[in-house]
Ligand binder design. Structure first.
Ligand SMILES: [Zn+2]
Length: 62
């Protein structure tokens, strides 16, 4: 369940200030950081909100 204060759940201006959405995968989102000191730095975020990997259902685990 999305959390109201989570940057990745809300995907609001705070996120768009620092990242560029690249694509939406089956259960993950891929965003590229605008700050590219480390070229290609990106983030893969689960489309939902979990605190630990073990909270994911088996089919969603990488
Ligand atoms: Zn979240």
């Amino acid at each position: 369940m999305p959390l109201p204060d989570c940057l990745y759940c809300r995907r609001d201006q705070r996120l768009h200030d620092v990242m560029i959405p690249i694509t939406s995968l089956q259960v993950f989102l891929l965003d590229l950081f605008k700050e590219q000191t480390h070229r290609g730095r990106c983030l893969v975020a689960y489309q939902g909100h979990v605190n630990k990997l073990f909270e994911l259902a088996a089919p969603e685990l990488p």
